[in-house]
Design a protein around this ligand. Structure first.
Ligand SMILES: [Zn+2]
Length: 271
């Protein structure tokens, strides 16, 4: 599932290639994604110039001359920019053709993604407005996490994965950030000290920045590439390393379920 870094990498890759470009036409093959694609989309997009590609949480916001297109990749969504017309595959649901000959294609085998339209402020869209602070912004800091978590019995891992608390943080990077901050993932959120939350806030930022930087190295080939940002570039320290040795202390990494999500931690480093 694409997490914040993957979405940010896609944004960085797309922006220079489509800002300033004019949309010629739009083909919707499968309107039924997580929510139906608005029926007016093909009509309203036609002729519009892309002014900016922004990201809020895991939403891509395409700022157009007149209105905004919002894309969420869901579980398996991909965006690919290709030259000219290629025969669409089974899961290629939407094509956006630009006047310069490029085509932005939305592919989503599991169809949990979404393409939405917002004529007014996209940041006030019901799906976006409740998103918590951007983890890479100054709004996310230890004091915020500490105050927000008082009285909460939920595990710290579930707490930081709550999109209203921190936006865009998913399972992989939550595991990695807790390891970096040396916090046991199932500790009740309300029992963690301010000092530890300060470590955690900085670990979240570092983990995400590293992931974005690693993904950035694949960006040169965004054009005519799959557009799918990979986790393979990033060396994960705990996620997916069940029964392997901790890279810090050598103890065996343990895997448990927490909040129905796979949770990995080092019992010696994270207490
Ligand atoms: Zn360890």
């Amino acid at each position: 599932m694409p997490e914040l870094p993957e979405v940010e990498i896609i944004r960085c890759g797309l922006e220079p290639l489509i800002v300033g470009q004019q949309i010629e036409r739009v083909v919707v093959r499968t309107p039924q994604l997580r929510w139906p694609i608005p029926s007016e989309l093909t009509r309203v997009l036609r002729g519009q110039v892309v002014h900016a590609v922004e990201r809020r949480a895991k939403y891509l916001v395409f700022r157009l001359q007149d209105g905004n297109m919002i894309i969420h990749l869901g579980m398996s969504g991909r965006l690919r920019l290709s030259r000219g017309h290629e025969v669409p595959g089974k899961h290629d649901h939407v094509d956006i053709f630009f006047k310069n000959g490029d085509c932005l294609r939305f592919c989503d085998p599991r169809r949990f993604g979404a393409i939405l339209w917002s004529a007014t402020d996209p940041m006030a869209h019901p799906l976006i407005v409740k998103s918590g602070p951007e983890p890479l912004s100054a709004a996310l800091h230890g004091d915020y996490l500490y105050e927000r978590s008082r009285g909460r019995r939920v595990s710290v891992k579930q707490f930081i994965m709550d999109q209203r608390v921190v936006s865009g943080l998913g399972n992989i990077y939550a595991n990695e950030a807790l390891f970096a901050a040396r916090i046991h993932p199932v500790t009740p959120a309300g029992r963690i000290s301010l000092k530890k939350y300060r470590h955690l806030a900085s670990a979240i930022k570092k983990t995400l920045r590293k992931a974005i930087a690693a993904g950035g190295t694949t960006m040169r080939d965004f054009h005519d590439e799959s557009g799918q940002a990979g986790y393979f570039q990033l060396k994960l320290k705990v996620y997916g390393r069940s029964s392997e040795s901790c890279l810090v202390c050598g103890h065996t990494i343990r895997q448990i379920r927490n909040g129905q999500r796979s949770t990995f931690y080092c019992p010696r480093c994270q207490r």
